[in-house]
Design a protein around this ligand. Structure first.
Ligand SMILES: [Fe+2]
Length: 480
């Protein structure tokens, strides 16, 4: 019988100390690079050194109760993950775009020592906060026997779950006539964040975290040159042509979390085995995405590319993982094996949550006209059933811009006076005038800006059962 493996992430040591860490987060987020976005910064000008964090949110976010499975798409999770990626990439060099003096000053400012030190102080807290749920109740996994084949087969299940998700997603996007826009959002989540994931693994390899495995048995995320050409063509076809993080505001919290999980493990030599498990899962997920993209965008396949060999690549991946697990168990023992499985389990759980989060966002975006119609029906129901509802009225000046964010409940946005531009995807522009309204479900990423001299709008909270009843109509009408 082995000793219980310590959890990869544990919030217990931080319980009761959140206030202190929130103070540190506020100090960190006060750096220029992290201020909220302006209207012109909806898509950043290939500016790696600019990462809007909405520091004003840290005035009310408490970070007292860690993220759980049901609230991965909410504001605390989004804020924690945006902050974590900002911290990790303070160690990634991106040179100034020009020789300009101001540009050089910003470049130096981004990598300042005091910001690095503050980041290092808050990272363990935010990691435990954002990731504890991924490793909770995994005792069953870690107590299992050293069955490398059975454990490795879990990667097949992951590839299949991801593939099924992509096929359903692309079918829905086609049905809703939202394929190009949907692909744009998907490429931002997957393609634009891939270099960060690769960087985390490269950094880990350079630090010796994969030294327990021979090169041929290590997890990798490159996907080959042929795949790179396909991604680039697909991204270009839907307008995703800027450099990494230009679309910073459109990353979902779970997309950021997948990247951050690798970074968090990669910077901790004592969790090297956990990283192996998580990195193999990331490779499986990438394989499923590549194959699905190739099926959905067959017309963009580079000339001379061989037919999809996803099946054989999947089999090779599972066999490699089985060998890696066997070797880890044989040479490093049961604790190392158990930590590898814990990393795998964390990544599996995160992939499931990310499928849900992205699926919900794409459902909303691709059905936005229906959500406008739902909003009108909700408004009528409010007038009839609860005319005294708290309407939470806001008055905002011209060009007042909200950095993309999410709400912890369903909101109905209604314009009383003025004009507003509303978005939830790169390039989306829902123009809202007096009397216009839209329903924003709990956890859906969005932002807006005021186009008129002033804009007065309401955003009352809508009960969950009202929204569920309406959303059920979307699926009821979908063809089998
Ligand atoms: Fe909002």
């Amino acid at each position: 019988m082995t000793q219980a493996t310590p959890l990869l992430f544990d919030f217990a040591p931080f319980v009761g100390h959140s206030e202190r860490y929130v103070d540190l987060i506020k100090q960190f987020a006060a750096a220029q690079a992290f201020r909220s976005a302006e209207v012109s910064e909806l898509v950043l000008d290939d500016d790696y050194h600019r990462r809007p964090l909405r520091p004003e949110d840290f005035e009310f976010l408490k970070f007292a109760k860690p993220v759980r499975t049901h609230n991965v798409s909410r504001l605390p999770s989004l804020a924690a993950n945006r902050t974590l990626l900002s911290i990790y990439e303070l160690g990634v060099a991106r040179l100034p775009r020009t020789m300009d003096r101001v540009e050089w000053a910003r470049f130096g400012d981004f990598y300042r020592d005091d910001v690095q030190v503050q980041g290092a102080q808050i990272a363990p807290f935010l990691e435990a906060y954002a990731f504890e749920y991924l490793v909770q109740d995994t005792a069953q996994d870690t107590a299992q026997t050293l069955d490398a084949l059975a454990t490795a087969a879990r990667l097949s299940n992951l590839v299949e779950a991801e593939s099924a998700f992509w096929d359903q997603t692309f079918a829905r996007l086609l049905r809703n006539d939202y394929l190009e826009e949907g692909l744009r959002f998907i490429m931002v989540q997957r393609w634009a964040l891939a270099p960060s994931k690769r960087h985390a693994l490269t950094r880990a390899a350079a630090s010796g975290l994969f030294d327990m495995l021979p090169a041929a048995l290590r997890p990798a995320l490159d996907g080959g040159e042929a795949n790179a050409a396909l991604y680039e063509r697909v991204a270009a076809s839907c307008g995703v042509t800027r450099q990494q993080h230009a679309y910073w505001q459109f990353y979902l919290p779970t997309s950021l979390a997948k990247c951050n999980l690798l970074y968090a493990l990669a910077r901790r030599p004592d969790r090297a085995f956990g990283l192996v498990g998580a990195a193999f899962a990331a490779e499986a997920e990438w394989l499923a995405f590549s194959a699905a993209l190739e099926r959905a965008c067959a017309h963009l396949k580079p000339a001379g590319r061989p037919a999809n060999d996803a099946q054989s690549r999947q089999a090779a991946l599972v066999a490699r993982f089985a060998q890696a697990l066997q070797s880890i168990g044989d040479i490093h023992g049961t604790n190392a094996y158990a930590q590898t499985v814990q990393g795998l389990a964390a990544a599996e759980r995160l992939c499931e949550r990310a499928r849900w989060d992205l699926g919900e966002q794409l459902l909303w975006l691709s059905s936005i006209r229906r959500y406008v119609a739902f909003a009108h029906r909700i408004s009528t129901r409010i007038d009839a059933e609860c005319p005294d509802i708290d309407r939470e009225t806001f008055v905002e000046p011209l060009e007042m811009c909200s950095t993309t964010h999410v709400h912890n409940d369903h909101r109905l946005v209604t314009i009383q006076e003025g004009e507003m531009l509303f978005w939830g995807n790169v390039g989306m522009q829902l123009k809202m005038n007096v009397g216009d309204m839209v329903l924003i479900p709990d956890g859906r990423l969005h932002g807006s800006t005021v186009l008129s001299g002033e804009c007065t709008y309401h955003q009352p909270i809508i009960p969950d059962d009202w929204v569920q009843a309406l959303v059920a109509e979307l699926d009821a009408q979908a063809p089998a």
